[in-house]
Design a protein around this ligand. Sequence first.
Ligand code: B12
Ligand code: SF4
Length: 594
Amino acid sequence: MASPDLILLHAPSVYDFRGKSILYGPVSDLVPSTPVFEMYPIGFTTIAEYLERHGLHVRIVNLAVRMLQDPNFDVERYLASLDAAAFGIDLHWLPHAHGAIEIARIVKRLHPRRPILFGGFSSTYFHEELIQHPEADFVVRGDSTEGPMLDLMRYVRSGGATRPRAGSAEERQLARIPNLVWKDTEQNAHVNPLTYSPENLDDILLDYSYVLKAVVRYRDLTSIIPFRAWMKYPITAALSVRGCRYNCVTCGGSACAYRALHGRQRPAYRKPEDLASDIRRVGQFSRGPIFVLGDIRQAGDDYANRFLDAISGYKKPIFIELFDATPPDFFRRVARALPNFTVEISLESHDDRIRQAFGRPYTTEAIERTIDDALEAGCQRLDLFFMTGLREQTYESVMGTVDYCERLLARYAVQGESRVIPFISPLAPFVDPGSRAFKEPERYGYKFFRRTLEDHRQALLEPSWKYVMNYETQWMNRDQMVAATYEAGRRMNQVKAKYGVIEPDVAAATEKRIVRAVALSAEIDRIVSISDPAERHARLRELKPQVDCANLSTVCDKRELELPLQQSGVNILRAGHIVASEWWRGLGHLPEKT
Ligand code: B12
Ligand code: SF4
């Protein structure tokens, strides 16, 4: 099997999580990943598709999933068996600050002549610090890197030096690649201007058939799975936008963060008709739900209408998210086009003042009208998300949020069933770098314990999420935040059981997990206060089996987020067709796609 040009590696959050005793807490309860954050960025797929379209071969390797699936998976041996002209590692989400850098170290040791490149939001924010790491050869900044990646890979493919000499032609070549951060022979860092920031998403393609083809080409399915439970619940995403119009204060993907970090002046939208084709293409081989990332109303009513016209008649389950209250007519149009739709809304708090201080423009009253309209139009389910760790939010206010959810369920649950389902989780482990709160903590009432990339890398090794968190607020310290989160989770679980949203056995299991997590958290606090490091370490190690059991689905059962699937998730016939054409092409019978 020929080596690919580029291997994209996704690391676990903490590299050696299998040997460490860390109570991660409910940090990933509301995303498909485990606390190892094994999901790779969507951008892996768009970069891979783009480079393949231009004649290069790319392989995606999800090391985090491999490590999760097989406790004996030998990372070093596996990495030694791989080779490529370059290795790319995402440091997109800051919780990967430990794993991404450790994986880079190992790859550098095993393949010293191969360049290692980093990319993603956190790489962009911390590019100056990251490039100082000896194993980081390149950082590609920006929310869009397909173009610069093609330039860089062509440079690497043509034998260009990883660290060019001052005044050489190679130095001039690297200096021309937009968004690139690189080093010369003297280890001086050069930061090229951030000039690649496409105005729209016309030139990218979220084409999952690349994924199927890669499975055949590299005879490896496990490495490309986006998250551990994907085979059981194959949810896929469709990307409507890069960027955002809103400015939620803790968000590193807000309008002002995009402007400052990625040079993006306005969101780049995918053409609505192309978005609809992306979805239909996924629907050809997957029966799982599709999540449309980004509110389709964000670009205006015309965008939403064009999208709904183009997708009309799509019958498979689809999630849409709303960033604001909507008029009733909107849902009537959605229901006509997408009979099997589910809505997601982040309400954050029941308290208008707190929600608006966070940056969400809508009132509870307006959202309640929106909920009524969505249900009346026939929405299958409506998930409401609340958060702890907000500006101006106290312990009592968090409990008030759960009381509010009880009132909601009393109103919407009919005969032991409710289409409205509330969830609450913490803003954790980190407030995003690049957010307004990170930039001006005092102004927004935040206090940070960690500021640099290295601070966060170290934080991730702390024994429980309370110590990992990079912040507290003027209204709740970390102890209160942890206590409020667990207690809110416990009460919410009871409320859901009372109104029949979850089965009694599910509720009982969640209750048990929360109680165990609270006890473990207290035990870890006691261990942390032991002054002898050897004893501290030994006591933490003893807790590992219990900690491991408490690390998944703490404040709710992750499966509560899932829609019931009627049939197996993958359309075997269609997937088989794509796989067979790739195999046939591999035998030389079909031309390579250009
Ligand atoms: C969609 C989304 C998700 C989806 C993930 C979809 C996915 N697989 O990518 C879900 C809902 C699962 C999710 C989860 C999380 N998210 Co999120 N998410 C977003 C959101 C709303 C949009 C992201 C987006 O538009 N991506 C598309 C573009 C911009 O990125 P991309 O195509 O994947 O990648 C491009 C570049 O980033 C870069 N790139 C990325 N990786 C690499 C690697 C290399 C080598 C190179 C060269 C380039 C490169 O090039 C790519 C192609 O051009 C943003 C907010 C926002 N408005 O941006 C938050 C955001 C990215 N998420 C964030 C966070 C914190 C999380 C969680 C950690 C939250 C949590 N505690 O659970 C988890 C992590 C999940 C995991 N890894 O398991 C923060 C990140 C801040 C930071 N610096 O850490 C953001 C900015 C805001 C937020 N708080 O939600 N998220
Ligand atoms: S949290 Fe707010 S600012 Fe961030 S992506 Fe969502 S709507 Fe935009």
